[in-house]
Design a protein around this ligand. Structure first.
Ligand code: PEP
Length: 255
């Protein structure tokens, strides 16, 4: 089944409003200049306070915008949190859920990931569910165990229709921000396994689910990673912060 490649840039806690605006406008221009770019999908994920500004700047272009997290409650006494419908209101269409930095530093669990996913899907946001193992887990031969647990926990109770919207990002924790990319064989093996877990629960739907690879993707390794049969895109951190680098990764998805 043909799956449209999807390149996403996670800006984390980086880029001012002006820097983000310039970057998204530059990217939009680069895509508009090459009709082949219509074959792929692109999005950036600014800090929460910049989402609306960047969504406004990207309006009418081929670049989508998303938030890096959300809270599952709609409203109430939850100081510091943002809800799915608030994100939707800004013009954003995507949201990252369960990024390893949220799991590592902010106590995210598979159960809270599940609640966030349901909240995102409930308002029609497209969630990118992040999963991946740490190095000790990989070294202990627990890769499949960890991925299966994260996937089943995160997607518990989702209908087939909800699952069909989901994008999954395989992000080995040891490859994030380290400059150490998974080999193409490691990426393909994990992606094929993730698809098999989805297939066990949701059948043929698994063939339409896009699975991005994330972890030190750069302009010089993107093409090779994207060439793997089960790698349908990339979630890019550091290399999404510079227009030339990110535009080159985006181009690897269609050129
Ligand atoms: C990420 O934060 O999702 C990521 C993959 O970061 P980097 O590309 O910098 O490794």
């Amino acid at each position: 089944m043909a799956r449209k490649r999807f390149i996403a840039g996670n800006w984390k806690l980086n880029l001012s409003l002006a820097e983000g605006t310039a970057l998204v406008q530059g990217l939009a221009k680069a895509c508009a200049a090459d009709p082949r770019s219509a074959a792929a999908e692109f999005a950036v994920f600014p800090t929460a306070l910049a989402v609306k500004t960047i969504a406004d700047a990207a309006k009418g272009s081929a670049i989508g915008v998303g938030a890096q997290n959300l809270h599952w409650e709609e409203k109430g006494a939850f100081t510091g949190e943002i809800s799915a419908s608030f994100i939707k209101d800004t013009g954003a269409t995507y949201v990252l859920i369960g990024h390893s930095e949220r799991r590592q530093y902010f106590g995210e669990t598979d159960q809270t990931v599940n609640k966030r996913l349901k909240a995102a899907l409930g308002v029609g946001l497209v969630p990118i569910l992040c999963v991946g193992e740490t190095l000790p887990e990989r070294d202990a031969g627990r890769l499949q165990d960890v991925l299966r647990t994260q996937l089943t926990g995160a997607t518990a109770g989702l209908t087939a229709q909800q699952l069909a919207t989901l994008v999954i990002a395989y992000e080995p924790v040891w490859a994030i921000g380290t400059g150490r990319t998974a080999t193409t064989a490691q990426a393909q093996e994990a992606h094929a396994f993730i698809r098999s877990v989805v297939r066990q629960a949701y059948g043929a739907l698994a063939d339409g689910i896009r699975i991005q690879y994330g972890g030190s993707v750069k302009a010089d390794n993107a093409k090779e990673l994207l060439g793997q049969p089960d790698v349908d895109g990339a979630l890019v951190g550091g290399a999404s912060l510079k227009l030339a680098d990110f535009a080159a990764i985006c181009a690897a998805a269609y050129a």
